[in-house]
Design a protein around this ligand. Structure first.
Ligand code: FES
Length: 153
């Protein structure tokens, strides 16, 4: 295993064992459940959005190491960002994680690059994108639970 791969695995293990922003936000302006029906895991995303800017992001739920680490990394990256910026990052992250060839120019994704390894394990892509599907739906003012099997995402 390469050093880089080991470093990536360490970050994922750390965020799974000690998830950042893992709490129920009582004054959230948006809240939505993301569900992976293939395994039954569910993650709830909470956002506080003021004047088009995400002030605070948190999550709760149960999932595998990849889904929890992804939600932890995602919520860490959101505060201070505009909705438009986050939607652009959502698309970039989705393309990054589902690309068949290793994508280039991914600096903008910052720490999220550690999740690139799941590209080699297609069954885990839904785990890595579970929280992101919920985020995308929340930013589009939906409050209905969203599934990783929803073809519109
Ligand atoms: Fe359920 Fe990964 S196995 S989200």
């Amino acid at each position: 295993m390469s050093d880089l791969r080991e470093l990536y695995q360490e970050v994922i293990i750390d965020h799974n064992r000690h998830p950042r922003n893992f709490y129920k936000m009582e004054d959230a302006t948006q809240q939505i459940d993301g569900i992976n029906p293939l395994c039954g895991d569910k993650i709830t995303i909470y956002l506080k959005v003021v004047d088009n800017v995400i002030q605070e992001a948190s999550f709760q739920g149960t999932g595998c190491a990849i889904s929890i680490a992804s939600a932890s990394l995602m919520t860490d990256s959101l505060p201070g960002k505009t909705i438009q910026f986050v939607e652009a990052i959502f698309k970039k992250f989705h393309d990054f994680i589902t690309a068949t060839d290793k994508p280039t120019n991914t600096e903008e994704l910052g720490k999220l690059n550690v999740l690139g390894g799941v590209r080699d394990y297609p069954a885990r892509i839904k785990c890595a994108t579970l929280a992101w599907h919920a985020l995308h739906a929340a930013l589009n003012e939906s409050s209905e639970p969203v599934s990783t099997e929803d073809k519109s995402l």
